[in-house]
Structure formats: C-alpha cells, structure tokens
Design a protein around this ligand. Structure first.
Ligand SMILES: Cc1cc2nc3c(=O)[nH]c(=O)nc-3n(C[C@H](O)[C@H](O)[C@H](O)COP(=O)(O)OP(=O)(O)OC[C@H]3O[C@@H](n4cnc5c(N)ncnc54)[C@H](O)[C@@H]3O)c2cc1C
Ligand code: FES
Length: 254
C-alpha cells in the first residue's frame, strides 16, 4: 500500500451521473489484485479520502468508475486532464479464488460491476458467466467489458434493455442450469441481501464487496467496522478496509 501521485489523463461521463476517471502514475504501481480498491484524495474542504474500486489497471495506470452522489464525487467530476491527484493503493483483500472454483458467476449491480471486470485479469484460466443489472437502458454500462470474457446476461429493472427484473431474480431463474462453483458479487445492500439468500438456498458459495462507509482506509479508525459471523457462531467486528472489502456472504451480516 503506497501513496502515489497521479496525473488525470481523462475524466468522462459514461451516463448522466457516472464518470470514468483514468489516472496515470508518476511511478510503477505496486501489484494490484482483483477487488482491491484505492483511497483518493479529493482536495478542497474534503479532509477524508474517498474509496473507489479499481476498474482497470496496468503497471502505470488505474481507471475508476465514479457515481456522483455527494460533495466529494462532485469535486471529482471537476477533475481535468493534467490535474495532479494522490491515491493510496492497493487496499484490501480483494477477490480470492480457490483451485476448485473453475466456473465463476459474476453478479454486478450498477457501478458495483466495476471491480468484477478485474477478476479475469487476475484469474485468466477460469470460465466466466456474468449477470449485470441496471435500473434502465440509460444506466447500462460495461456490457462490452463482460462480453469480452464470457456469456453475459444484461438485466434492467424496467425491461428497457435485456431481461426485465432485478438481476438477482433473473439469476435465480437460471442458476440451477448454470451450476457455478462460486458467485462473486458487488452492488448495493438490497442486491447483496438477495444474493445472500440465493447463496444460502442453493449452497453455492458467494463472496461480496459492499458499501461500507470509510474513514482512514488503513485500519486505524474503525469507521468501517462490520459484523461478521464466525464458523463457531460468534459475531465479531471486522474492518472492511483491511480485513475486507471482500467477505463471504455466509459470514457478513448485512
Ligand atoms: C471499498 C469501497 C469501494 C467503492 N468503490 C466505488 C466505486 O468503484 N465507484 C463508486 O462510485 N463508488 C464506490 N464506493 C462508494 C464511494 O466511496 C462513495 O459513493 C463516495 O465516497 C461518496 O462520496 P461523496 O463525498 O460524493 O458523498 P457523501 O457526501 O459522503 O455522501 C453522499 C451519499 O453517498 C452515500 N455514500 C457515502 N459513502 C458511501 C459508501 N462508501 N458507499 C455507498 N454510499 C456511500 C451517502 O450515504 C450519501 O447518501 C466505494 C466504497 C467502498 C467502501
Ligand atoms: S476506514 Fe478506518 S479502520 Fe477502516
């Protein structure tokens, strides 16, 4: 984990409220694994950095997907090519696959699809099937990214693109046919709760990256504490920033 200076290469709106921000580093980046995130210094009146999953990366650059939801992300929307920004990375445990996980189901909701795009970069030798869900056709992103590494099922809540319905409901109809070894998911809390129910009913193990609020991002402040049920039934607090952000859906209490 290192605090690195980046230059903004591009910052473009993919939809009305979602940006794709590409940052080029002043030095070679440390090794990044799928599902890890960075902590971006926003500047201005914002003392706390903001966490973002790493959507794409190479040895000298990272690309982020940023939903503009509040003051910090509105400020990020104003970043211009050539601006200098700092970010600590890589943070967190990321998604880890076992050798027994050959057929991987990626389940993404909205901007939560972003960290799943890096999974095949870290694990190129697996089979991937992706279910990605958005509110409507105007919010659809990432279809090409997922299409590049396997079958992709697009869903929208209102049916204006792809199959109609919540992505977890559509997956529920198909999951017995697919029989994935593991589900990796990222999205909002209601979607993760639905994924946890599906995982419990089908006994397919599932791992998620969630929406915890963060302070320091380095394990010191406990702002990101989340409750996790251990194998012996005991409930303990873990820090989403350094113990997560990826947890088993069987263990995390959402
Ligand atoms: C590990 C991790 C990875 C993330 N990756 C991404 C990503 O790839 N793309 C992306 O767009 N967002 C991501 N987020 C969420 C992002 O960090 C927040 O949306 C952002 O910090 C909000 O900053 P703000 O100042 O604009 O909003 P604020 O003014 O702080 O809050 C505005 C609204 O956003 C909500 N919000 C604030 N923080 C979070 C949060 N951590 N999660 C969910 N909602 C929040 C608040 O409840 C409030 O409703 C991630 C969060 C975590 C913990
Ligand atoms: S954000 Fe400070 S301990 Fe996790």
């Amino acid at each position: 984990m290192k605090d690195i200076e980046f230059t903004v290469e591009s910052n473009i709106f993919l939809t009305k409220s979602v940006l794709e921000l590409k940052l080029v580093a002043s030095e070679q980046l440390p090794e990044i694994r799928c599902g890890q995130f960075l902590h971006l210094k926003v500047g201005g009146e914002f003392l706390l950095r903001r966490p973002f999953c790493i959507y794409k990366f190479d040895s000298h650059s990272v690309t982020l997907i940023v939903a503009v939801v509040g003051g910090g992300t509105r400020r990020i929307a104003e970043f211009k090519a050539g601006d200098k920004v700092k970010a600590v990375l890589p943070i967190g445990n990321g998604f880890t696959l076992g050798n027994e996980h050959r057929k991987i189901l990626l389940l993404g909701g909205g901007v939560g699809c972003a960290p799943l795009v890096t999974v095949p970069l870290t694990y190129p030798d697996r089979e991937y099937i992706s279910y990605i869900g958005f509110a409507n056709s105007e919010a659809v992103m990432f279809e090409k990214d997922f299409g590049a590494f396997g079958k992709t099922v697009l869903c929208t809540d209102d049916g204006s693109a792809g199959r109609k319905g919540y992505v977890t409901d559509v997956l529920r109809e198909d999951v017995e046919k697919i029989k994935p070894d593991v589900i990796l998911t990222c999205g909002n809390t209601p979607m993760l709760k639905a994924a946890a129910r599906l995982s419990a009913e089908t006994k397919i193990p599932a791992y998620m990256s969630g929406e915890t609020r963060m302070g320091c991002g380095v394990g010191a402040c406990l702002v990101c504490a989340c409750a996790v049920k251990q194998k012996n039934g005991e409930i303990v607090n873990k820090r989403a920033c350094v113990d997560g952000p990826v947890f088993s859906l069987e263990e995390i209490i959402l």
